[in-house]
Unconditional design. Structure first.
Length: 127
């Protein structure tokens, strides 16, 4: 299953895991063949904490994307507006089948030796 690893703040990673955040927002869309997201929780956790399948990708004007996702965005509108300020395109990944890892993994488990700025396509997944 082609996957990408996303850097995400710990509070948002937790909201995805607990189900209060059903969308992950980005400024760029991933490749068409990607259907899974692996979540790297940034400092202070600095671990890969879980994964989810991509159910749907919504993209468009930020105001349109907000209207379609606000019911389960897991972030306040003010934060959303600041994130997309000056941008014409918003991308929202609708998540399903979220799995929290019992034992968080390191980036080295994925043959990654640096924290991705936004996301990185995975060449392999650990066993």
């Amino acid at each position: 299953m082609p996957a990408m690893l996303l850097s995400i703040k710990p509070e948002y990673a937790q909201r995805i895991i607990d189900g209060t955040k059903e969308f992950e927002f980005r400024t760029r869309r991933c490749r068409e063949d990607i259907n899974k997201i692996i979540f790297y929780s940034t400092a202070p956790e600095s671990k890969v904490v879980g994964e989810a399948e991509i159910e749907e990708i919504i993209s468009g004007a930020p105001s349109t994307v907000w209207e379609l996702t606000k019911h389960a965005a897991g972030i306040p509108r003010k934060f959303f507006r600041k994130y997309y300020k000056g941008r014409r395109l918003a991308v929202a990944y609708k998540l399903k089948n979220v799995i929290a890892y019992d034992e968080p993994k390191s980036l080295e488990d994925y043959d990654i030796n640096h924290v991705p700025q936004s996301f990185i396509y995975l060449k392999k997944e650990p066993h």
